[in-house]
Design a protein around this ligand. Structure first.
Ligand SMILES: *Cc1c(COP(=O)(O)O)cnc(C)c1O
Length: 382
């Protein structure tokens, strides 16, 4: 199989599995127990936290383990909104966020918060000046994603962070797609909260973290035994935390090798598709994009048809976000970018990863043009 859907999830790295196995087997203790087995688990958790913090240039106490990207986004938005509701009710975000942010904002609107959904340009970029202009006296939170999960556009997070900081407003970024692909240092980006998910990073599903800058107040969304400094209760996922730390360590160690290679494969994919498929439209920014993302729209083709045909050739791809596929509504991200509706229906997202090869890319470049041509002929009744 040719797997080109790394933005949906990634295979778990063997080294990650090896690192976590002891905490599923003999070192299974509860980190809250006082005997040795418990203390060993506590130590593993502490070390994982230190390593995750170091990766982002943060302090260990600023890292909170969660069940993944969705929970981190929920905790950031609801946690800050509820903590600051006496100060104001206004939140700023963008129209192209992941549903974990958008649907949470919509839920907060029903509770009396007001949300500004900033537009993006044709490349999917948020203008930092538009953020500045949207700020009101009662703005209590800004949340803009680092890199978009559909089209791969990378936002000017540091510039937005500076504006948020000037105004003393907490700034959250959903960095789920960016982590492991572009360098992320919380102080350089001026972010106060940052969401991470392990399964987009060659580690298992169901573990992630939220960076919360020291001093940022947060109302816990899961209450119970008071774990994670009282901010996220529940017995800690020790093996998961170890896995996340290991995955970040691997990403760092392999960075100089992996990223340029993946980017070359991506560029070959983009160039080949543009040469071989007439009217193929590259979506997202030509250069300010994730090194592994190639996203296209094809007129007169249905994204779902395309995916089924590719699947027949054992090629796994996506029409956009895994959460919206299956629905016939065109992607909210493409709509926000002003892509015409019928064009947006023919969306194809190819996201590369460590395991992909040049041969695989060449295979896709042979198969895809034939599929698009065939589907167009069908759809146009030719
Ligand atoms: C995958 C993803 C999420 C959700 O993360 P989970 O760990 O699957 O809950 C949130 N935001 C973005 C940008 C994502 O790509």
């Amino acid at each position: 199989m040719i797997y080109l859907d790394h933005a949906a999830t990634t295979p778990v790295d063997e080294a990650v599995i090896e690192a976590m196995l002891p905490y599923l087997r003999e070192r299974f203790g509860n980190p809250n127990s006082i005997y040795r087995l418990g203390r060993q688990a506590r130590q593993a958790l502490d070390e994982a936290r230190e390593r995750v913090a170091a990766f982002f240039g943060a302090e260990p106490r600023e890292i909170l383990f969660t069940s993944g990207g969705t929970e981190s986004d929920n905790l950031a938005l609801r946690g800050v909104a509820y903590a600051l509701r006496e100060r104001g009710r206004h939140i700023i975000t963008s129209q192209i966020e992941h549903h974990a942010v958008l649907h949470t904002c919509e839920a907060l609107e029903k509770e009396g918060f007001e949300v500004t959904y900033l537009p993006v340009d044709a490349y999917g970029l948020v203008d930092p000046e538009a953020v500045r202009e949207a700020i009101r006296k009662d703005t209590i939170l800004i949340s803009i994603m680092h890199a978009n999960n559909e089209v791969g556009t990378i936002q000017p997070i540091a510039a937005i962070g500076r504006i948020a900081k000037e105004h003393g407003i907490p700034f959250h970024t959903d960095a789920v797609q960016a982590v492991g692909q572009i360098p992320i240092q919380v102080n350089e980006l001026h972010v106060d909260l940052l969401s991470v998910s392990a399964h987009k990073l060659y580690a298992p599903k169901g573990i992630g973290c939220l960076y919360v800058r020291r001093g940022v107040r947060l109302i816990p969304q899961i209450t119970g035994g008071g774990q994670e400094r009282n901010r996220r209760s529940g017995t800690e996922n020790v093996a998961g935390a170890v896995a996340l730390a290991k995955a970040l360590e691997l990403a760092q160690a392999r960075w100089e090798r992996d990223i340029p290679r993946i980017q070359r494969l991506r560029d070959r994919l983009i160039q080949g598709i543009q040469e071989r498929i007439p009217q193929a439209r590259l979506c997202g920014h030509p250069t300010q994009r994730l090194p592994n993302n190639a996203h296209f729209c094809f007129p007169d083709v249905e994204g779902e048809q395309l995916l089924l045909q590719l699947d027949l050739h054992d090629i796994a791809a996506s029409s956009g976000s895994a959460c919206t596929s299956g629905s016939l509504e065109p992607s909210h991200v493409l709509m926000a970018m002003g892509v015409p509706r019928d064009m947006a229906r023919g969306a194809l997202r190819l996201t590369l990863g460590r395991g992909n090869t040049e041969e695989e890319v060449e295979t896709v470049l042979e198969v895809l043009p034939r599929i698009v041509e065939k589907l167009r002929a069908w759809n146009l009744g030719g």
